[in-house]
Design a protein around this ligand. Structure first.
Ligand code: CDP
Ligand code: CDP
Length: 235
């Protein structure tokens, strides 16, 4: 069996995780949502009052990093893995706009990144993994056989995320979701440690006008062609 590593990076709400999950299922690979890990640390910071009135007690959070244990467990019914913080399922709690409003600040802390990148590399060491995030093709798996970089207009992405939050029953306004998407794009792209940039060897997808199905088909075809070539190389 020829297994490869697939890195999917890009801006918020471009369809990374949806495509990554479908791809992992089609190829029999594991899927890792690296953003969920940064969201889990953010949720921990909120739970422990390290964030108060927009102020982050960064030193206190960094000192507590050894107390944070993040894991994933496959949910058969849903067909994908859910994220756990210190053995408690927090899959639903980490998707709120409140967590989204702080996550990029937390994700810019080098100590947080170091801890999570080590765990991500460990989860992908056997290959056969699809991981999505912001620095997967540049930092976590610089030698990934397939790297995808996804973009779409901020309005399209905010509309998608807004719909998702409304469907969950959250009370949000479109403008605050758009504001969050734009602010996160900025912080993620301009931070010093592992900024969101397209890897030189990544395939660019602007999917403002693609459906999920079209997006998935294109990425799956690319993956299959790389796997086929690798197979013939090793024969
Ligand atoms: O799903 P969405 O694109 O909204 O975000 P996410 O993938 O859940 O990631 C949440 C945040 O975590 C991002 O805005 C980044 O600040 C951070 N992140 C990161 O810095 N590096 C990663 N590999 C993944 C996420
Ligand atoms: O992981 P990321 O934040 O990049 O995006 P996602 O969670 O996969 O997708 C965000 C939302 O946009 C989901 O509700 C998707 O179904 C939707 N979406 C879409 O409608 N059309 C696309 N081409 C991509 C995503």
């Amino acid at each position: 069996m020829t297994n490869i590593t697939i890195a999917i990076d890009g801006f918020s709400s471009t369809g990374k995780s949806t495509v990554a999950k479908l791809l992992a299922k089609a190829l029999g690979y594991i899927y890792v949502d690296s953003g969920a890990m940064y969201r889990a640390v953010t949720f921990y910071a909120m739970q422990h009052n390290f964030i108060e009135e927009n102020y982050l007690f960064e030193e206190a959070l960094v000192k507590s990093l050894d107390d944070i244990f993040i894991s994933f467990k496959h949910n058969e019914e849903l067909g994908f893995s859910e994220v756990f913080l210190n053995n408690v399922n927090i899959e639903k709690e980490i998707r709120t706009l409140e967590v989204s409003n702080f996550v990029s600040t937390i994700a810019a802390i080098p100590e947080v990144r170091r801890k999570l990148v080590i765990q991500q590399q460990d989860m992908g060491k056997a290959k056969g993994v699809v991981m999505d995030g912001r620095d997967i093709g540049t930092v976590v798996f610089p030698y990934a056989e397939l790297k995808i970089f996804m973009t779409a207009s901020a309005e399209t992405r905010a509309q998608r995320r807004f719909q998702e939050l409304i469907d969950r029953g959250d009370e949000v306004h479109f403008e605050e979701v758009l504001d969050n998407v734009i602010k996160r794009d900025y912080i993620d792209s301009t931070r010093e440690d592992s900024p969101l940039i397209q890897a030189e060897d990544a395939v660019l997808f602007n999917n403002s006008n693609f459906s999920i199905e079209e997006q998935f088909e294109k990425v799956l075809n690319l993956a299959k062609s790389i796997i086929k070539h690798k197979k013939s190389d090793t024969n």
